[in-house]
Design a protein around this ligand. Structure first.
Ligand SMILES: [Zn+2]
Length: 441
């Protein structure tokens, strides 16, 4: 008789208001076959039937429907800067225990993430362990988990640590190349233009050579010349530079422009010295703690949605009162959000150590506090970050041929009801998006 039973082909039809990069298809549907989106249709397209699909794909088709009438169907959020949210009590080690973060992020709507890796002189083994763990999981699907799509290295060539642990910030070119080689899944690396200008941008050029996007940042002293020198290395608009957490650990001056000034330019002034320099893309933590709402609004007014990625840069899950270590220092999560350094008596101080925000929380803020439409919000939270990380061939939008990373959101757009990762439904309770604390408004 027969051998192993043949596998069925799963086809899922998801109905609702479908948010595509070009606008909303009200009353439309998405067809998912296996892990891929195979149709994105408007309301006038007839729904597939079992008969029509069997004719196309054979008898083993299993067709299921998920109705999301009056709901919005949006792309899974893409976080290109994320330090993991838990799994152990040391932030630097979070990505050594990735499953806790991957499940938490999936529940909160972040279906694709880069794992942000940091470097510490005091704990040289940590980065190695983190990278080894992440490299075994990149691009793989685990039950109820978001997919880690690669690595973002935050350093080590940085001029200003900000909240990061002290590390060796001047590796030789050979050491730098060797370090990069340990991270084949690296998509983005944060690097400081003021440091690179002194060595003729040799490490930054290496990143361009190996297809890693340089992200300028952690640099309060970069001069106009330092920055222009970096921007001019870019040969095509697709390869332009990125910038790490706009406003945080960088500076603005009205006569001596630095990274913030450049981030506010959708184009540069005309003039010989600007010839050949392409303005960088930027990322921003719009949690109203790292960046004030007025500044978030300035950036949204100044730049195109194709140039802005909203990130979490989170270091912990949002659990008020939660205590953990960050490179050995005690930190605590405050009720209004954010993780703060503690004083010697264990009391949280006003020194911010990192965020506890999710991309979903920021989605809700973008719609309510800045009156963005849902299409634009999804560009900032999914499409643009995927392009910056060069993973847009797989994720970041609801389009035919992409992996089915899909969120079903209620009509009020404040609750994620279901999520699908690479064609698989995630088992998780609905996620109610958090509003920013009134103290920040
Ligand atoms: Zn970070």
């Amino acid at each position: 008789m027969s051998g192993a039973p043949s596998e069925s082909v799963n086809v899922t039809i998801i109905r609702g208001n479908i948010v595509t990069p070009k606008g909303v298809l009200y009353g439309g549907f998405i067809e998912v076959t296996g892990e891929l989106i195979t149709l994105v249709a408007a309301s006038d397209v007839p729904l597939p039937t079992v008969e029509s699909k069997r004719k196309q794909l054979g008898d083993r088709v299993a067709l299921s429907f998920s109705s999301a009438d009056s709901q919005f169907v949006i792309p899974g959020f893409v976080d290109i800067h994320n330090h993991g949210v838990g799994g152990c009590d040391e932030v630097c080690d979070h990505w050594i225990y990735p499953e806790v973060s991957q499940k938490y992020l999936a529940r909160c709507g972040t279906l694709s993430t880069l794992a942000s890796v940091i470097f510490s002189k005091a704990r040289p083994e940590m980065t190695k362990k983190v990278v080894e763990t992440i490299e075994t999981r990149v691009g793989k699907v685990f039950e109820d988990c978001c997919v880690i799509e690669g690595v973002h290295a935050e350093g080590p060539v940085i001029a200003d640590q900000g909240g990061l642990p002290p590390t060796e910030t001047e590796p030789s070119l050979d050491d730098f190349k060797a370090l990069c080689a340990t991270m084949p899944s690296m998509k983005i690396m944060t690097i400081s233009p003021s440091k690179e200008a002194r060595v003729n941008y040799e490490r930054l050029k290496h990143l361009l050579d190996i297809g890693v996007r340089p992200s300028l940042g952690h640099d309060r002293v970069a001069t106009e010349q330092d920055i222009l020198g970096a921007l001019k290395l870019v040969k095509s608009p697709e390869d332009r530079m990125h910038t790490t957490h706009m406003c945080n650990v960088m500076s603005f001056h009205h006569r001596e422009p630095s990274l913030i000034n450049f981030n506010l330019c959708s184009r540069l002034p005309r003039g010989t010295k600007y010839n050949g320099a392409v303005p960088p893309t930027l990322e921003m933590i719009a949690d109203f703690i790292h960046v004030h709402p007025v500044v978030v609004q300035s950036v949204l007014s100044a730049r195109d949605p194709a140039d802005i990625a909203i990130i979490s840069d989170c270091i912990s899950s949002y659990e008020p009162g939660k205590r953990l270590k960050y490179n050995g220092r005690s930190i605590a999560v405050r009720a209004e959000g954010g993780a703060y350094l503690c004083d010697p008596h264990g009391r949280p101080t006003k020194t911010l150590a990192g965020s506890t925000v999710t991309l979903a929380d920021q989605f809700f803020s973008l719609l309510t506090h800045f009156s963005l439409d849902v299409t634009t919000a999804c560009l900032l939270l999914a499409t643009t970050p995927a392009k910056i990380a060069r993973i847009a061939d797989r994720v970041g939008s609801l389009e035919v041929g992409k992996r089915a990373n899909i969120l079903l959101v209620n009509g009020e757009m404040n609750t994620i009801q279901r999520r699908m990762v690479y064609g698989n439904w995630v088992n998780a309770e609905p996620y109610r998006m958090l509003r920013p604390s009134p103290s920040h408004l």
